[in-house]
Ligand binder design. Structure first.
Ligand code: ATP
Ligand code: MG
Length: 377
């Protein structure tokens, strides 16, 4: 039990806190400028530290680890209680002068090359998982030939309005800002027949003319194939990176390899791989690898990117998608929703680390913190 005479000074507590390693960057909090405020209350027994810390990714895993490391570092000083307020400060892309979405910190492509692997399902659920973890998120349906967002978010027949008569206001559902060609045509199931230049014009408009406001992440659901869409996007906007979706079947991977190669040609970093429809758990709890095994690892090795996770085949994923509430929102504790949340958590941390590496900074001066972590490419 510490008496008032033996209580540490605020400076001592600050110094101990500054030396705690940030679990995502593995560098001291003080050096990264991630400490915004430290206050101490004297309790009957020991001290309570009220901390305001900057968080570079909306990650529960990061928060849990940091909180426990902070407690361990301050306990020997007599701090018996730690209360942390988090300030989410997601690092920003480097913008070019003509960037169409200057308020958007990260642009993340969800792609595959291959059709029907669950790109739209992953894009929708990852967007929602990031939003539920506290980030400001938008989802752009970049599949103008087969839009999925209106159905997946229960917004069929929805049409955006325009507050200022110039910009289009995105629709919003479950806290995520949404835009899709399906909101602009009469019947979203009708095929849109466009040639390359029109497609590229529509995509540019979706970025430039939609009032996305300030977002931490804009997730783009790409169509199958490796063609015009990624090329247009890479030319128009500094993309943070791509998440590549695959299935486990080895025989079906050729289009996924092509998508990874295309990312390389366009200098789009592959942030990670998601293996979808990985396995099926039957009612007795037995796992079945219905579509084989190893696809995710193979693609990860080829892309030199991490396998972010595996999503099981669950009937509820399709059912909830068809009913207009993605599974992360509808059944957050289902196995696939938990897998999506875990992938989103890892992805957000990878994005932060990527930004840090690209910034070329070896040290962020105390007090300036992650605002300095800008991409230089
Ligand atoms: N893990 C899963 N478990 C069960 N069903 C799934 C799973 N992932 C996706 N699906 C279902 O598979 C179908 C295809 O998924 P989705 O539309 O997301 O794929 P896609 O890659 O976007 O397709 P496209 O190439 O046509 O754009 C949908 O009916 C979806 O609900
Ligand atoms: Mg799709």
């Amino acid at each position: 039990m510490s008496s008032a005479a033996t209580l540490p000074s605020l400076e001592t507590v600050k110094t101990a806190l500054a030396a705690v390693l940030d679990p995502t960057f593995e560098r001291p909090l003080g050096e990264l400028g991630l400490i915004e405020g430290v206050e101490l209350d004297v309790l009957d027994v020991g001290l309570r530290a009220r901390l305001k810390l900057r968080l570079v990714a909306p990650s529960d895993a990061h928060k849990a680890r940091l909180e426990s490391d902070v407690r361990a570092a301050l306990a020997p000083l007599g701090v018996s209680e730690v209360v942390i307020t988090w300030d989410l400060v997601v690092p920003m892309r480097q913008l070019t002068g003509e960037d169409p979405v200057p308020g958007v910190k990260n642009v993340i492509l969800v792609m595959s090359g291959k059709g029907g692997v669950g790109k739209s399902t992953c894009a929708a659920n990852l967007a929602l998982a990031l939003q539920r973890a506290g980030a400001r998120v938008g989802l752009l349906d970049a599949d103008v030939y087969g839009p999925s967002v209106p159905t997946m978010f229960g917004l069929e027949g929805g049409h955006p309005s325009s507050g200022d008569g110039v910009h289009i206001d995105p629709l919003e559902r479950f806290g995520v800002k949404l835009m899709s060609i399906g909101f602009l045509v009469e019947d979203s199931k009708q095929a849109v027949v466009w040639r390359g230049p029109m497609l590229s014009g529509a995509l540019t408009q979706f970025l430039k003319d939609v009032d996305w406001g300030k977002l931490d992440y804009l997730v783009l659901d790409l169509p199958p194939g490796t063609g015009d869409v990624a090329l247009t996007l890479a030319q128009r906007v500094k993309v943070t990176g791509a998440v590549v979706v695959t299935t486990p079947q080895e025989v079906a991977l050729i289009d996924v390899y092509k998508a990874v190669s295309m990312c390389e040609k366009l200098s789009i970093p592959v942030l990670g791989i998601v293996e979808n429809m990985s396995y099926f758990i039957d009612t007795a709890g037995v796992r079945h690898d219905l579509f084989g095994k190893g696809g995710g690892d193979k693609i990860a090795e080829f892309a030199k990117a991490p396998l972010l996770g595996q999503i099981p085949i669950e009937q509820a994923v399709r059912e909830w998608g068809d009913k207009g509430t993605p599974i992360v929102q509808a059944a957050p504790s289902s196995p696939s929703a938990l897998a999506f949340a875990d992938i989103a958590d890892k992805l957000a941390r990878i994005v932060a680390v990527e930004q840090w590496k690209r910034s070329g900074a070896t040290k962020a001066p105390a007090g300036e913190g992650p605002t300095r972590l800008k991409i230089v490419r």
